[in-house]
Design a protein around this ligand. Sequence first.
Ligand SMILES: O=C(O)CCC(=O)C(=O)O
Ligand SMILES: [Mn+2]
Length: 221
Amino acid sequence: MAGLNGNKKVDSNAKIGWNIYMDSNFSLFPSENLLPFDGIANYLGVVMSQEILTQYLKIMTDSLPWQQDEVVIYGKKILTQRKVVWFSDHQKPYGYSRTSKLPTFWTKEVIALKEIVEKHSGVSFNSCLANYYHSGEEGMSWHSDDESSLVPQGCIASLSLGAERRFDFKHKKNRTKISINLEPGSLLLMSGEIQTHWLHALPKTKKVKSPRINLTFRNMV
Ligand SMILES: O=C(O)CCC(=O)C(=O)O
Ligand SMILES: [Mn+2]
């Protein structure tokens, strides 16, 4: 079982939440549910070759129309150092964190990655939020991807390129915490009731000096 650096070992015969077996060259077999209750998080491990990873990280870093994100903290709009691009088949703005983003046109690299993710998840996606973190000094605070514009309980597929980072889940009521390391080229699938009951975050860390791109594929209604 390649590349599970520090992550829980997975049962290679396990099925993911919606009964699809993975068997392509780069796929690890799907993990069991990382969450003990109230939602599903499947870590599929590395699903891309090192060659595509390196190539796409550079192309996307250099050519996507990255913009600082806006978040509202204590009623004040703040621009993040982290940058974002929003892709969607739907032309309407995507509202989250009390701000909204207009979609940009899909690029051929993002479409190619979407196809890899769709093959491994068995789900097709109509939208994607790309995040660019310059280093471990940038992260994303606790939130759920529960906007009303997203398909309720739809699968959200998170593909990571670049630096490995820790990713945390926290239950909204009992505060149970689960962490996983997201390796470069890895795919994490969140589905079921997860966004209703759990928060997730990408914590900042001084240990990581290199950049990371994360693509979260979603479905807008
Ligand atoms: O960068 C990540 O891994 C998390 C991104 C995320 O949670 C989001 O875009 O909603
Ligand atoms: Mn999120």
